[in-house]
Design a binder for this molecule. Structure first.
Ligand SMILES: Cc1cc2nc3c(=O)[nH]c(=O)nc-3n(C[C@H](O)[C@H](O)[C@H](O)COP(=O)(O)OP(=O)(O)OC[C@H]3O[C@@H](n4cnc5c(N)ncnc54)[C@H](O)[C@@H]3O)c2cc1C
Length: 555
């Protein structure tokens, strides 16, 4: 399946603005119901908050502390759908351990009650339950952690956020949606029950008419509303920063919850491949939405909180491999700390203008948010609600590549039999099958013709040139940063963003993307500049940066 440069449709039922998880989920739902859909993203797919999350698929236990019970129940139901039915290839169960420090957990009793409820819901939905652990056991299982008298554990799940967006996006396209990135609105008007939009992509322009317009641009939605000439919804922005650490050998497979040294806010340390993601901070944000970076204070807070909880992990500041930050739009609900603000979404429909706006929510609940939005769109268009068979499909159908866990195992065994000889390195075939299903054989065919393309580019990681070339051919990659930060997580997982291998990557993908020498150099500089900007606060924080800086590689 190729996300090719389609012919832009002249008229659609539903035009979705925003290619983050919310917009993509909506496009999938609408297309599955048979609506003619166009999704327009002004930058790259998932380039907003959707690739800058904690990568946790969760019910949101901590929101119970603030009495937000309904969103937690919804989150658990959606988490289990994604994990067990829709994307078992992209989501894995993840155990969380929450140690108690007596007086440092003033709301511990409430938390414990919440955990009981969370555990009950888990038991109902999946069978993995919460538990309690005493200090001695904790010390055995987590030897690098400071001693704690008591801990509780519960299960949530983990994903690669940007790949989840791509899986939903490719599903939407298979279902008939037209999808385009790097396309902006240059003009919009509503008359005679129709929106007319002038769209621009590079040097080309199109005029598209739509019966319903959906603003799913998340943090940008007030700016988008102004572009459309409508009154924007009142919003605040809350920024969350993470640091990405080298994963110490002794840190097991479980995620740990700790408290911030600054304000006792709960933070988590989550193992992700060879890394530990520690986050997130929370503070109001008023800056540039395209230039959101972790600050020195935030990095120090996260690092010091981790070291205080895990003094034996042997982590120093030079183990900070990367830092990133994203924002979420929050609908003001009066007073309250950032942490206590509900993550519930809101859908506003202006029927006189046939405009729906969706805001808030979580990566975890994207499917439910989409279903509710398109239910409202159906009513606007005078359509009947979906029959129960379709409703069941909307709720459970596998996302692209559409293989069950058993089919993935079989395909992997078959491809290993055929191509095992031409692929070196860890689990390249398993990785390809999990992410691209049957398309793995396209990648492996190329490897069979040119064996070097199947060699892992980075030690201990499954990424190879043939996979990157496949992604450039099939997933609308426009820039090197799209490829290394969103189509793959190389930027986060490889030291120095894998910059030493980038010239080789650029050379290999240039013929596919039509890049000349000058463009190749520009793309390399752009990745280096992005990394420098992300790491600037670490440099300001006087980190002993033992690693080579990208500009030296670039020069
Ligand atoms: C720090 C942090 C951590 C989080 N961690 C988790 C987590 O672990 N688990 C979880 O479930 N949820 C998490 N969330 C919540 C989750 O990330 C968001 O709910 C989700 O990513 C929002 O997706 P979105 O599509 O609404 O917005 P975005 O991902 O920001 O997408 C909006 C898109 O609209 C595009 N756009 C802007 N203007 C226009 C325009 N005029 N025309 C077309 N396109 C436009 C942007 O380029 C962008 O791609 C986290 C949020 C934050 C801030």
């Amino acid at each position: 399946m190729v996300l090719s440069q389609e012919t832009m449709p002249g008229k659609v039922d539903c035009l979705v603005l925003g290619g983050g998880i919310t917009g993509v989920g909506i496009a999938r739902d609408a297309a599955m119901r048979g609506l003619a859909v166009l999704l327009v993203e002004s930058d790259d797919f998932a380039s907003g908050t959707s690739h800058l999350t904690s990568k946790v698929i969760h019910g949101g236990l901590r929101y119970l502390e603030h009495g937000h019970i309904r969103p937690v129940i919804e989150g658990i139901i959606e988490r289990d759908r994604l994990l067990n039915q829709m994307a078992p290839n992209l989501i894995r169960p993840l155990k969380f351990v929450m140690p108690f420090e007596g007086h440092r957990f003033p709301k511990w009793l409430l938390t414990l009650c919440g955990l009981q409820l969370y555990g009950l819901l888990e038991w109902y939905h999946r069978g993995r339950t919460s538990g309690a652990m005493l200090g001695v056991r904790l010390q055995q299982d987590y030897p690098t952690m400071r001693p704690h008298p008591f801990a509780v554990s519960f299960w949530d799940a983990q994903t690669n956020d940007a790949r989840l967006v791509m899986a939903a996006l490719r599903t939407a396209q298979i279902e008939g949606a037209t999808i385009c990135n790097y396309t902006s609105i240059s003009e919009a008007r509503f008359e005679n029950e129709l929106w007319t939009l002038r769209l621009k992509r590079h040097q080309r322009e199109w005029v598209v008419r739509t019966r319903v317009l959906i603003n799913a641009t998340g943090p940008w939605s007030p700016l988008t509303a102004r572009l459309l000439g409508v009154e924007p919804m009142e919003l605040t922005w809350v920024k969350g920063s993470h640091i990405v650490l080298r994963r110490p050998r002794a840190f097991g497979d479980d995620a740990l919850i700790m408290r911030s040294v600054r304000d006792l806010r709960p933070l988590w340390a989550i193992p992700w491949h060879n890394r530990l993601i520690v986050g997130s901070t929370e503070s109001r944000y008023t800056g540039d939405l395209r230039d959101i970076r972790a600050t020195t204070t935030e990095i120090d807070d996260l690092f010091e909180s981790f070291v205080r909880t895990f003094p034996g992990a042997g982590i120093t500041r030079s183990d900070i491999r990367c830092a990133y930050a994203g924002v979420r739009p929050i609908i003001p609900q009066g007073r309250g700390s950032e942490n206590s603000l509900s993550r519930e979404h809101r859908i506003e429909v202006d029927s006189s203008r046939r405009l729906a706006t969706i805001l808030g929510g979580k990566l975890t609940t994207f499917r439910r948010m989409a279903e509710q939005t398109i239910d409202k769109v159906d009513r606007l268009l005078g359509r009947r609600p979906p029959r129960s068979a379709l409703r069941g499909r909307l709720r459970r159908a596998l996302l692209w590549p559409g293989l069950s866990a058993m089919e993935i195992r079989r395909l992997r065994a078959n491809l290993t039999r055929v191509f095992g000889g031409s692929v070196r390195g860890a689990d390249v075939i398993g990785h390809l099958v999990r992410h691209y299903g049957w398309d793995a054989s396209l990648v492996l065919d190329e490897v069979a013709r040119q064996p070097g393309l199947g060699d892992p580019l980075f030690e201990g990681m499954p990424y190879c040139l043939a996979e990157l070339r496949y992604l450039c051919r099939t997933e609308k990659v426009n820039h090197l940063i799209d490829l290394v930060k969103r189509r793959t997580p190389i930027y986060f997982l490889v030291d120095n963003v894998g910059f030493e291998s980038m010239p080789l990557v650029v050379k290999q993908v240039a013929p596919i993307l039509g890049w000349n020498e000058e463009r190749q150099a520009d793309e390399l500089s752009a990745v280096a500049a992005e990394f420098r900007a992300d790491m600037q606060a670490c440099a300001d924080s006087d980190l002993p940066m033992s690693r080579q800086q990208p500009e030296t590689v670039c020069a």
